[in-house]
Design a protein around this ligand. Structure first.
Ligand code: ZN
Ligand code: ZN
Length: 131
């Protein structure tokens, strides 16, 4: 995705605080400096999930993230439309908000969960497939 300066400085859809851009490798996402929620533009979550230690960007407190997880009816920080709360197709206990056009929002701790389970699943399939 091309960097577009006009889309800079998003407001956190959960708490309304400003978000800062954080980069890991070649992936740049937005992180709220208050509630530590993470905004991923379409495709970025998968990209970051594939990066070793990509969850280093998920610095928030998962207990606090669970509180924010209860905040429903949030609007996409890019277009202002209502976002849809979706559970991950592979990990049903993880819920995040998505905008079909722009991306997804995860509360602090959720991305770590999302990523780790995947590594474990991959490891399992490697073990099974390898022998
Ligand atoms: Zn926030
Ligand atoms: Zn949107």
């Amino acid at each position: 995705m091309e960097y577009n300066p006009d889309q800079h400085s998003l407001k956190c859809p959960k708490c309304g605080h400003g978000m800062e851009e954080v980069t890991y490798g070649d992936v740049t996402i937005d992180r709220c400096s208050n509630c530590m929620g993470l905004w991923f533009d379409t495709g970025e979550a998968d990209k970051l999930k594939a990066r070793w230690m990509g969850d280093a960007l998920d610095l928030g407190n998962p207990t606090e993230g669970k509180q924010w997880d209860k905040v429903a009816d949030i609007a996409c920080p890019r277009c202002g439309k209502d976002m849809e709360k979706t559970s991950d197709p592979k990990q049903k206990h993880i819920w995040y908000e998505t905008c079909s056009e722009h991306g997804m929002f995860m509360d602090s701790g959720e991305f770590t969960d999302y990523k780790h389970e995947t590594l474990l699943d991959r490891f399992r399939s490697l073990v099974k497939g390898g022998r």
